[in-house]
Design a protein around this ligand. Structure first.
Ligand code: G3H
Ligand code: 13P
Ligand code: ZN
Length: 330
């Protein structure tokens, strides 16, 4: 049993309180390898932002959960070395069972998500409550989810979304004791969040997706005032990355994300954690594809992963400074 407190990590409780009061959101960036972790930490140190390092089930399978845990411990030391002791949370993204959440808590995670959103309501309540009871014995915070996001991604999939039902939230948070709640208001996982036919074109001919359901968010906030809300599937899918990818041998079709303006608006509400993974994947892929195209003789991984890491850092700094408002809040 390792306590996250001995690793220098923090749970989400204090950070969420401050984020709601200060009308910003804490970035939750997924990581699977060293370059992603370095970019996240460097960007958040440079912008003085708190950060949530997220590990998905897919990441655990890809990189080995022990290595990722040590990497997060390294992240704390790396941040100090870079000059700032920013609050860092190590969070399990989309935990799908009590056993998985327990194993992460036991190895030093400071926060876990139990995603029972696909289960019948009573089963979601039961498994979430079980995780909360165990987690709180160790002062680990728990994120639950109500409502189903559309979109397909390796480990997280749902054909259609079901918006969160505001009538259920009071019952869910009181019976489970969760510390934060992920909701479904029109975001989805991956880089293809909307079909072009769902979008309209603006004056510049750019596809504009339907707005998020802020009415549902407001209704939820009315039912559970001041309760921390989480937004998954919040990548904005920057079109400049899609263009670079496709100009350099890629084949991304209909890649459409959540406009940043909508995320800025969400960050000012009770939404205090915003999950971003796909945008990082796009930034890295765009950079690597361009390097390969521009320098076909290059075969030193540092020569293509290094620039990709720089691009990632730039993207994360932009999110903290200009979208989530978390810059300067560490
Ligand atoms: O919400 C899903 C995250 O983007 C993680 O995706 O399961 O492919 O690692 P993954
Ligand atoms: P994106 O696919 O929009 O980046 O969402 C990531 C996410 O929600 C991780 O849990
Ligand atoms: Zn998610």
């Amino acid at each position: 049993m390792v306590s996250y407190k001995d690793l220098g990590l923090v749970n989400t409780r204090e950070g969420f309180k401050k984020a709601i009061a200060g009308q910003y959101a804490i970035p939750a960036f997924n990581f699977n390898n060293m370059e992603q972790m370095q970019a996240i930490v460097a960007a958040c140190v440079e912008t003085s932002s708190p950060v949530i390092l997220q590990v998905s089930s897919g990441a655990r399978k890809y990189a080995n959960q022990t290595l990722l845990r040590y990497m997060a411990q390294g992240a704390v030391e790396y941040a100090k070395e870079l000059g700032k002791n920013i609050p860092i949370t190590l969070h399990l993204d989309h935990g799908d069972s009590f056993e998985l959440c327990k194993s992460c808590i036991d190895m030093g995670f400071s926060s876990v998500m139990i995603d029972g959103s696909h289960l019948p309501y009573e089963e979601n309540v039961a498994v979430t409550k079980k995780v909360v009871e165990y987690a709180h014995q160790h002062d680990v915070t728990v994120e639950g989810e109500l409502g189903v996001l559309a979109g397909v991604e390796d480990e997280v999939s749902a054909e259609h979304h079901t918006y969160t039902e505001p009538d259920q939230v009071v019952d869910f948070v009181t019976r489970t004791g969760v510390d934060s709640l992920a909701i479904s208001i029109g975001t989805s996982h991956g880089a293809n969040k909307f079909k072009p036919e769902q979008c309209t074109r603006n004056a510049e001919g750019i596809l504009v997706p339907p707005p998020l359901r802020f009415d549902i968010l407001e209704e939820i906030e009315r039912r559970i005032p001041g309760f921390p809300i989480v937004l998954h599937g919040a990548s904005s899918v920057p079109q400049e990355y899609v263009k670079i990818i496709n100009e350099n041998g890629g084949a991304l079709k209909d890649a459409i994300g959540i406009p940043e303006e909508q995320l800025r608006k969400a960050a000012k509400s009770a939404v205090c954690k915003i999950n971003i993974d796909s945008d990082g994947r796009l930034a890295m892929t765009a950079s690597v594809r361009k390097t390969f195209n521009d320098s076909p003789a290059e075969f030193d991984p540092r020569k293509y992963l290094g620039p990709a890491r720089d691009e990632l850092k730039k993207l994360y700094m932009h999110k903290c400074e200009h979208v989530l408002g978390s810059a300067g809040k560490a």
